[in-house]
Design a binder for this molecule. Structure first.
Ligand code: SF4
Ligand code: SF4
Length: 364
């Protein structure tokens, strides 16, 4: 396992649009392996009984409907990759239904939004009727993976670097939301439309559709202007605008997002820094059979407001040398020479950030 660039976790579509900070190398998130999701229980198991596997195999964490930005909707609609066929069809069907479509993009309906707010704390990761419309059962669960929205791309259920890792990804999400908003607004305005948020977020008024059909038609006509009835073409145009954006426009967005980028950089450099002296915390590493410790890591899942615990065994010969007497670099050198084991930096980061290896302060 080696470090990865932040950009490797973001859909490739964004590569020409993101600033240098996204090239920063960071530890991977090996505990959030979506293809072999470690968070799902076994079918038939009493739901919720296994505290380290809170989600259902029929939903995983996709009991959420993303807000697809207008330009990403256009990207999906114009991508002829056979792997995108199902996602393209589902998106086209949603646009045809007229539900949840706005100049901003394709959003969950107001009804879904309310239900999600009310139920997600107890039913996130379990309720099939909250499942994302782009979800499909099986190993590859997402029909629009190539163009998945920010939360889908950057939400990790378990963080290698614990709380600080979560804060790091929150900072990346904040940047990506800022980038999404900038691109949504720019493309909508360039098409002559006002971006409208159905939930009144981002300082915009809430969108209410009148119950009277004639009034609703009138309101939709005002919202969509010359694009009414041509929403698919509108999303395609937004995509075209964004992929042809001039470099100066992109630089202006980067300038506005400078403080968000700075936060990402600062947390990233803090996460990879290891204390000079480390000592094994035996409260979190329990002897387990001959030559092993059972190590417990905890992760707080905000949406569930719960701690998830996961544990694994590590050989004593790589943990016992951390006795606080020799410096971290020297301990790693000794393990490499004596045991012929290279302890990867991300393992050390995980153990430090979860308190299994604690910093030993030197007596001055
Ligand atoms: S992010 Fe979701 S799908 Fe991926 S490993 Fe975690 S729970 Fe499973
Ligand atoms: S868009 Fe894909 S990753 Fe996101 S919630 Fe839906 S199925 Fe899951």
């Amino acid at each position: 396992m080696s470090f990865r660039k932040i950009i490797d976790s973001v859909p490739a579509f964004y590569e020409p649009l993101l600033p240098q900070v996204f090239q920063t190398e960071i530890p991977p998130e090996p505990f959030s392996d979506c293809l072999n999701c470690p968070m799902i229980d076994t079918p038939g198991e009493d739901p919720g009984s296994n505290l380290s596997k809170p989600f259902s195999p029929y939903t995983k964490c996709c009991t959420f409907t993303p807000r697809l930005p207008n330009y990403l909707a256009g990207a999906i609609l114009t991508d002829n990759d056979p792997a995108m066929q199902e996602g393209r069809k589902r998106l086209s069907d949603t646009i045809m239904s007229g539900q949840g479509i706005f100049p901003n993009g394709v959003y969950p309906t107001l009804e879904y939004h309310r239900s999600y707010i009310e139920r997600s704390r107890k039913e996130f990761g379990r309720a099939r009727d909250l499942r994302c419309p782009y979800f499909t059962e099986g190993r590859y669960n997402c029909t629009i993976w190539k163009y998945r929205e920010t939360i889908c791309a950057l939400w990790f259920c378990q963080h290698l670097a614990g709380t600080r890792g979560r804060e790091f990804w929150d900072a990346v999400i904040d940047y990506m939301k800022f980038m999404q908003e900038s691109l949504i607004n720019m493309s909508a305005y360039m098409c002559g439309l006002q971006p409208v948020d159905p939930y009144g977020e981002g300082g915009r008024p809430e969108y209410h559709e009148p119950e009277d059909p004639a009034e609703a038609r009138k309101k939709r006509a005002e919202l969509w202007k010359e694009w009414v009835g041509h929403e698919t073409e509108y999303y395609i145009k937004c995509h075209e605008i964004i992929i042809n954006l001039e470099h100066d426009h992109i630089l202006k967005i980067h300038e506005k997002g400078a403080s968000l980028a700075k936060k990402i950089k600062s947390i990233a450099s803090e996460i990879i820094k290891l204390p000079e002296y480390l000592v094994l915390n035996k409260d979190l590493a329990h002897a387990s059979g001959e030559g092993y410790y059972q190590v417990e890591l905890r992760n707080y899942i905000e949406i569930l407001q719960k701690q998830i615990i996961w544990s694994f065994r590590l050989p004593k010969l790589i943990l016992d040398p951390f006795d606080g007497k020799s410096g971290t670099t020297e301990v790693l050198r000794q393990i490499a020479v004596n045991e012929k084991i290279k302890v990867e930096p991300e393992i050390l980061i995980a153990l430090c950030r979860h308190g299994v290896l604690a910093e030993k302060k030197l007596d001055l």
